[in-house]
Design a protein around this ligand. Structure first.
Ligand SMILES: Cc1cc2nc3c(=O)[nH]c(=O)nc-3n(C[C@H](O)[C@H](O)[C@H](O)COP(=O)(O)OP(=O)(O)OC[C@H]3O[C@@H](n4cnc5c(N)ncnc54)[C@H](O)[C@@H]3O)c2cc1C
Length: 413
């Protein structure tokens, strides 16, 4: 096998400060749950973060916009001192927007670094991403504008035209399958799952090739959610975002995060375990002490909220708890692999897809070689095989991942 000269592996599934990759709408939910979760709780407390964006959830620019919206709300109420929980994109955006409005702000972050679900690793001196990778919906992405302002180099990925290395279905017509699937999903009653709709379609596929339907669902829904199809909402579980001019940042999201964190009072290693709201203000409590503020903006992922990672006193209102119960987190893991020699083909999309060994087992691969000219792939993994693949030490996981792509390139089908 081609020699692996460097690697890094993500662990979003068992990360206590993430508890998954990004938020999704479950079978009982609607986008209104996202708005309900982000609605102010009185005049002193508000949840922000990607999950609260009704239209741009699961993405960094959605997180940014929600952070700013919460900051505008808090500053508009005249609060002079605001606490922010979480120094991901939403928390940093909130803190900057508050500071710009003359508000005194302190951010409490559980990890020893800012950035949250944007993080990466340096391989051979170049930064690559293990969390968010692309600036999605590029034309209307506020972070894309920031990347341009900072003169960061970005590289486009054409998600509509990846090279399918294994599991290609002859005559595969994704646009036609997507149109039919979306029509079926929209017609499904609230409360039904994507699996319900898919199973019914596959029982009576008519002129459609069942293998092509499965391939489409694996590539567009399993890969883009990392959640069980039986949990995902039929109507709302297939959210937009990917394939709208996406570009990845050479050097990684860290370059944006470093800029956003500059000058912000972020207290790293400060996990918040309790938030106490009373008539006079809000107190954040954690193992490192306490912070008293006029108002608090909480940007932790829904996985953390659902696992009661923070105790709210008084408890979150029923509307927020109901909304939370309708949302969840999927699991997509990533691996960065650097090889001694390049063994994969060039393809204009800069992106490869590998189906199998079974349905719902999928990996996709970004050719990250343009970052510094050395042979590097970033693999994204989702589906039923993750529990087996992501077991043991990182070196073992990286070797397994390398075997998947090496085999796929050697024996395309
Ligand atoms: C593998 C992967 C790939 C992705 N790909 C993309 C992509 O290509 N493009 C894209 O736009 N988005 C992508 N995303 C999603 C994107 O990373 C997130 O939507 C976005 O970063 C969320 O920002 P946030 O500020 O809402 O939350 P987070 O980044 O999760 O920030 C919340 C912060 O709160 C902290 N925290 C948690 N609990 C506590 C506590 N108790 N006390 C104090 N702090 C706490 C966390 O440590 C974290 O720093 C990807 C995510 C993953 C995991």
């Amino acid at each position: 096998m081609t020699t692996l000269t460097g690697y890094a592996v993500s662990h979003w599934g068992d990360d206590p400060w993430a508890r998954g990759s990004w938020s999704l709408i479950g079978r009982d939910g609607t986008p209104d749950d996202r708005s309900a979760l982000g609605a102010p709780i009185g005049t002193r407390l508000r949840l922000a973060g990607e999950a609260t964006h009704p239209a741009r959830a699961g993405m960094t620019h959605g997180a940014y916009e929600q952070g700013v919206a919460a900051a505008v709300w808090a500053a508009g109420l005249g609060h002079a001192r605001v606490g922010v929980v979480g120094a991901g994109i939403a928390g940093l955006a909130a803190a900057r927007a508050l500071s710009a409005r003359g508000v005194d702000v302190q951010v409490w972050e559980a990890r020893d670094r800012p950035g949250g679900r944007t993080t990466g690793a340096e391989i051979g001196g170049t930064g690559f991403d293990l969390g968010a990778n692309w600036l999605q919906q590029y034309d209307e992405n506020v972070l894309a504008r920031l990347a341009e302002k900072l003169s960061l180099r970005t590289v486009p990925t054409d998600f509509h035209d990846p090279l399918v290395l294994t599991g290609a279905v002859p005559g595969f017509a994704p646009d036609a399958i997507e149109a039919e699937l979306r029509a079926r999903l929209q017609a499904a009653p609230v409360g039904s799952s994507i699996a319900d709709v898919l199973d019914e379609w596959l029982r009576d596929p008519g002129p459609w090739d069942p293998r092509a339907i499965r391939r489409f669902v694996d590539a567009e829904i399993v890969m883009d959610s990392g959640a069980p199809l039986s949990w995902l909402s039929a109507r709302y579980g297939f959210e937009p975002g990917v394939g709208e001019g996406d570009r990845w940042i050479v050097g990684g999201y860290r370059l944006l995060v470093d800029h956003l964190a500059e000058g912000v009072d972020v207290r790293l290693g400060h996990p918040v375990s309790r938030i106490l709201t009373d008539a006079g203000g809000v107190t954040l409590l954690g193992e490192t002490g306490s912070l008293r503020a006029d108002a608090v903006i909480v940007t932790v992922p829904v996985g953390v909220l659902a696992a009661d990672g923070i105790e709210f006193d008084p408890p979150l209102p029923a509307t927020h708890r109901t909304a939370l119960s309708h949302l969840g987190m999927g699991r997509v893991e990533k691996v960065i692999l650097r090889f001694g020699t390049r063994f994969w083909p060039s393809h204009p999309a800069g992106y490869f897809r590998v189906h199998g060994p079974a349905d719902t087992c999928i990996s996709e691969w970004l050719d990250a070689t343009p970052a510094d000219g050395r042979p590097t792939l970033v693999g994204l993994f989702a589906g039923d095989w993750l529990d087996d693949l992501w077991a043991g030490p990182d070196a073992t996981i990286a070797a397994r991942a390398a075997a998947v792509i090496t085999r796929a390139v050697a024996t395309p089908a």
